[in-house]
Ligand binder design. Structure first.
Ligand code: ADP
Ligand code: SF4
Ligand code: MG
Length: 324
């Protein structure tokens, strides 16, 4: 797998939602890179900005969301500054996105084959129906679905099967990046495991980079090369998956890991973190985690920690470096 080429380079991204009571600072200066074929798990409690970051990558923010500043370099081209025409090409064939609930994304009045034909024709104007169906059939086979099901409608399929169809539609134009936002939340545990296996197979056969967004750290452990932990619109820690589990450095990551049952066997019971997630309209000063942090120091409420490098982790915490 070629892990050397940078596919995505997010630089100091800020995203906000101006609302009546103020401005929700959903993403507050996030920098992150992704290599070709790399799988990045993006985790954090609900409301920490994961989906906002995901939608920003395709400039598909729900109103009134806007990218306030920063750059998103995809193959070196800035998505933030891109003209509509180029952006549409990226959306169709470069970066694909799937969501939690495939039923809302599939049209109940269209058969599976019609979904594929429509998707292919949007991006390859001249493609014949015959060729489109052939491509769709090939895709279904690689997803472990019989081609006889091409003529079925979404309601005739199980949730797991529909999620596979969504993946197929997302990948039919051979993108090199898939953003999957909580793709298994609606699935039961067995189907979820099968789905994660499928993602693993696809990333290998297609050299596909994946950003796998989830609130469940346990989910991403197997599949991810690296894991990014977000808190309150900022990145707390980025580390190779195994290193993050073996030696979480950021106090928030430590709390998150301790709250997962069974993942660390020495944890006999479920811990929960005290306090609640921050108000992103009026976020705490300094380190956004400081009101909940058991190790907070004087500087923590005064100055936002930069990312320090420690044992291969990038960790935004004053425990790992001094103010410049
Ligand atoms: N359309 C919107 N309008 C106003 N605020 C929003 C909107 N979408 C998200 N937010 C706010 O942005 C923050 C981050 O949300 P989100 O990215 O959905 O988090 P996550 O995916 O991690 O649960 C939250 O405070 C949320 O309330
Ligand atoms: S910077 Fe301070 S408050 Fe923030 S996580 Fe580190 S020790 Fe805790
Ligand atoms: Mg979300």
């Amino acid at each position: 797998m070629d892990h050397t080429e940078t596919l995505l380079d997010i630089q100091d991204l800020r995203v906000e939602f101006p609302i009546s009571i103020g401005t929700v600072r959903a993403v507050q200066g996030v920098s992150l890179t992704l290599k070709r074929g790399e799988v990045m798990g993006l985790v954090g409690e609900s409301g920490c900005g994961k989906s906002t970051l995901g939608f920003s990558l395709l400039r598909l923010l729900r109103p009134p969301g806007r990218i306030a500043s920063g750059r998103i370099l995809y193959h070196g081209r800035d998505i933030v500054a891109m003209e509509e025409k180029e952006l549409l090409a990226v959306r169709g064939t470069g970066i694909a996105m799937i969501f939690q609930d495939p039923l809302t994304s599939l049209n109940p009045l269209m058969s599976i084959s019609e979904h594929f034909v429509e998707t292919l024709r949007t991006h390859e104007k001249g493609i014949s129906r015959h060729d489109a169906l052939e491509r769709a059939g090939g895709m279904l086979e690689s997803l472990g679905i019989g081609t006889n099901r091409l003529h079925e409608y979404p309601h005739q399929m199980s949730g797991g099967m529909r999620q596979r169809i969504m993946i197929g539609l997302a990948l039919i134009m051979k993108p090199d990046l898939l953003v999957a936002d909580e793709p298994t939340t609606a699935l039961d545990v067995i189907v979820e495991a099968q789905f994660l296996d499928l993602l693993q197979t696809l990333r290998e056969s297609l050299n596909l980079a994946i950003i796998l967004i989830t609130h469940n750290l346990g989910n991403v452990a197997q599949l991810s090369d690296r894991i990014t932990v977000m808190y309150g619109g900022t990145i707390a820690e980025v580390a190779p998956a195994q290193a993050l589990f073996d030696e979480p450095l950021h106090p928030y990551t430590q709390g998150l890991l301790a709250s997962i049952p069974n993942i660390r066997l020495e944890q006999p019971r479920l811990h929960t973190m005290p306090g609640s997630t921050p108000d992103l309209v009026d976020p705490p000063s300094g380190c956004i985690f400081h009101p909940r942090c058991g190790r907070a120091m004087d500087i923590c409420s005064r100055q936002r920690p930069p990312a320090f490098l420690r044992n291969g982790h990038e960790v935004s915490c004053w425990l790992y470096g001094d103010a410049p």
